[in-house]
Design a protein around this ligand. Structure first.
Ligand code: SIN
Ligand code: CO
Length: 385
């Protein structure tokens, strides 16, 4: 269940959504007082040395205005030989690798969890930053250690002038409208396309970015078409039994266009199909883990562990969501869809909200356990030991 805590200060969730979400930036000083960085600086650098982790190092030379971008994995040596200042290390999806970082995201559960993409964490030396740019998605920027100056500007897009010679996006007509220095616990919300520029003030500057998923229309259409077409018979074909004679053989008549439109429309208008595809799509994990060798549990094992007080944890990379659908609840876990009876609605809502599942969360062991077993044996839930 989402708890009542929100890092929005005096603002209610309703006010935030109506006034700011996807509309305008908002600074909330001391949104998370006493915030503890979800990872230590040296551990973050360690993660950036791992093969599977996505990371970038950006070094800015202020005198030549040269920007240098290197992608990880890095050698430990890289971090021992960094320049004194003007560098930023950015590590993507720290929540995928570090349970504390996954928990950090729970503070943002006033936005649907399936909208969240990842927790990126940056670590900078004095003056470090990625330059003035915009992103296509919303972001909550939380200062977790050190200080960073943030500037926010107007709305930019793909046509906005940018430096042609830099490996990172640097907007050239950058005109900040506001400027603040964020201290640990301060939070800045930036909507999609709003320009922003963060510059570390002093060393040991760590910033957490809660980034959201915003699939492009192009990707949505491609994915939906793929989902629908995988079930369609090759025998379903364009047909024109009402074809009329036409004087020009090369002409595509309005009737032919109507027919093509009608064929496509019937799939898009199938709302149940759209709903199922969407649930699957938004719960596909950011990274697919290679199929690990996993201990397989029986129903009896599961019951024994849970009733003995052990807790099941959600795999940090797993995504859970649900939809009410007539007499059923559709549960989406890691791109898979399960149809459960309405009687399981509370149980389903609670496992989609909680990272920890205990025996006490079960409402009906006969119905709930087999479903949990399926999730455990697929690796979406696990016993920590
Ligand atoms: C940063 O943490 O420095 C970059 C985050 C962003 O601008 O999106
Ligand atoms: Co940004």
């Amino acid at each position: 269940m989402s708890n009542n805590f929100s890092p929005l200060g005096d603002l209610s969730v309703e006010e935030f959504l109506a006034e700011y979400w996807q509309k305008k930036p908002l600074l909330i000083p001391q949104a998370l007082p006493g915030v503890v960085p979800p990872i230590a600086a040296d551990e973050l650098a360690g993660l950036a040395c791992e093969e599977q982790v996505e990371s970038r190092l950006i070094i800015h030379d202020g005198s030549s205005e040269h920007w240098d971008l290197t992608h990880g994995p890095f050698a430990e040596e890289t971090f021992r030989t960094l320049p004194e200042n003007h560098w930023t290390l950015l590590v993507q999806a720290v929540d995928f690798w570090v349970p504390e970082a996954a928990k950090f995201l729970d503070q943002f559960s006033f936005i649907p969890s399936w909208r969240v993409d990842d927790l990126m964490i940056s670590l900078s030396g004095d003056g470090g930053g990625v330059g003035p740019h915009f992103d296509n998605y919303d972001v909550f920027l939380v200062q977790v250690s050190g200080r960073r100056q943030w500037e926010v500007g107007g709305v930019y897009d793909g046509r906005s002038p940018r430096r042609p010679d830099t490996p990172v996006m640097i907007l050239t007509d950058w005109k900040p409208k506001e400027r603040w220095i964020l201290e640990p616990g301060d939070l800045l919300y930036v909507p999609p396309k709003v320009g922003h520029n963060g510059i570390a003030v002093g060393k040991d500057c760590m910033t957490c970015s809660v980034g959201f998923r915003a699939p492009s229309h192009g990707d949505m259409l491609k994915e939906f078409s793929h989902f629908v077409s995988s079930d369609l018979s090759e025998e379903l074909r364009y047909a024109d039994p009402d074809l009329k004679p036409q004087p020009h053989p090369g002409r595509i008549s309005p009737e032919a266009i109507n027919q093509a439109h009608q064929i496509l429309r019937q799939y898009i208008e199938d709302k149940d199909k759209v709903a199922e595809w969407f649930g699957r799509s938004v719960t596909i994990p950011k990274y697919q883990e290679e199929e690990p060798t996993r201990e397989m549990y029986s129903l009896k094992d599961l019951q024994t562990h849970l009733s003995g007080g052990e807790a099941l944890l959600r795999n940090e990379g797993s995504r859970f969501a649900f939809q009410e659908h007539g007499e059923e609840i559709l549960v989406f876990v890691d791109g898979r869809c399960f149809r459960r009876p309405r009687s399981q609605a509370d149980f389903v809502a609670s496992i989609c909200a909680q990272r920890v599942i205990r025996f006490t969360h079960l409402s009906n062991t006969k119905e709930d356990l087999p479903f949990l077993l399926e999730l455990v044996n697929h690796g979406s839930l696990y016993f920590p030991d």
